[in-house]
Design a protein around this ligand. Structure first.
Ligand code: SAM
Ligand code: DTB
Ligand code: SF4
Length: 324
């Protein structure tokens, strides 16, 4: 069935047919679906914090944090609790409603997890929603994070099952699916998406979205990242994606996962206001807010306040303070 119900199994051909619609038709359909489930003028905002940076043993071809590539990134140990909490407090003061802690790990070790649990408790106590992305999790680890108060766990499929082997060799697709099951079974919300602009075909772009939509439950949050091309990584010189193909990807994500929050994630730094406006029209309704993603640049909070003002959009469930 291709009617967009949560339980529908989408085929790549059905999704590709949507992706290839005349753009105006695709945008119209996606915007209509968006309005059936959300206020189209509201955007959820989260702030990212890299709690452990670089020196990652994995070989993800897009990632500046892999120890295998010379990107000039300075590796850092796990951030102390008080620093994480002061950053979370600052994010809240800037208007973020969710704080997402990311670590460059293949999977967390026991002593790391205990420290992350304390961070989750502390961030939660500040009145923020909590999100972590720490690599692969075993079921017992997922349960511990849930018990500490973790609301969301981010773990991306990254690309289609077919293209995945071109991008990562140190873990397989099934391991990603197993982590997502552990997160779901522990009762946390799943944040799962991927990256476009990695020299993949439109079939792979759509293949990623179909894999996401056909999970036992579609993810509550779907980050669509545009590759940030970092010199020194194998994808540092990847071919630039046509901006309208990015917009098409957002629109198809909205049509396949009508009730999910679709996050316009990495890559906004190089997008014009007009392109972001098209992404919001196509159904994107959340962003990362604050001048840094994990290790790369994101638009300044001030620029996003101006963008919201320009588009007549408001942050969901919070207020963005006026600029200085
Ligand atoms: N190490 C953990 C993992 O891989 O699950 C968590 C952190 S990892 C940096 C989180 C996600 O960031 C990746 O799954 C990938 O989708 C995204 N990401 C990393 N580098 C990126 C880049 N250069 N451009 C866009 N997205 C990127
Ligand atoms: C996601 O899908 N995108 C965010 C978040 N989840 C953790 C990370 C983007 C990272 C971009 C590259 C960097 O800043 O290192
Ligand atoms: Fe490590 Fe995550 Fe980067 Fe892959 S994406 S190299 S697992 S930090």
């Amino acid at each position: 069935m291709a009617d967009g119900h949560a339980s529908a199994a989408w085929t790549v051909d059905q999704a590709l047919a949507l992706y290839e619609l005349p753009l105006m038709e695709l945008l119209y359909r996606a915007a209509q679906t968006h309005r059936e489930h959300f206020d189209p003028n509201q955007v959820q905002i989260s702030t990212l914090c890299s709690i452990k940076t670089g020196a990652c043993p994995e070989d993800c071809a897009y990632c500046p944090q892999s120890a295998r590539y010379k990107t000039g990134l300075k590796a850092e140990k796990l951030m102390p609790l008080d620093e994480v909490l002061s950053r979370a407090g600052a994010a809240k003061a800037q208007g973020a409603t969710r704080f997402c802690m990311g670590a460059a790990w293949r999977s967390p070790r026991e002593k790391d997890l205990a420290q992350v649990e304390a961070m989750v408790r502390g961030v939660k106590a500040l009145g923020l929603e909590t999100c972590c992305t720490l690599g692969m999790l075993e079921p017992a680890q997922a349960q511990r994070l849930k018990d500490a108060g973790l609301d969301y766990y981010n773990h991306n499929l990254d690309t289609s099952p077919e293209y995945y082997g071109e991008i990562i060799s140190t873990r397989v697709y099934q391991e990603r699916l197993d982590t997502l099951s552990a997160v779901r079974e522990a009762g946390m919300k799943v944040c799962c998406g991927g990256i476009v602009g990695m020299n993949e075909s439109s079939g792979d772009r759509v293949g990623l979205l179909v894999a996401l939509a056909n999970l036992p439950e579609p993810p509550q949050s779907v980050p669509i990242n545009q590759l940030v091309r970092v010199a020194g990584t194998p994808l540092g010189e990847a071919e630039a994606l046509d901006p309208l193909d990015f917009v098409r990807t957002i629109a198809v994500a909205r049509l396949l996962m009508p009730k999910a929050m679709v996050r316009l994630s990495a890559g906004r730094e190089t997008m014009s206001d007009e392109m972001q406006a098209l992404c919001f029209f196509a159904g994107a309704n959340s962003i990362f807010y604050g001048d840094k993603l994990l290790t790369t640049a994101n638009p300044e909070a001030e620029a996003d306040r101006a963008l919201f003002e320009r588009l007549g959009m408001q942050p969901m469930g919070g207020t963005v303070p006026a600029g200085e």
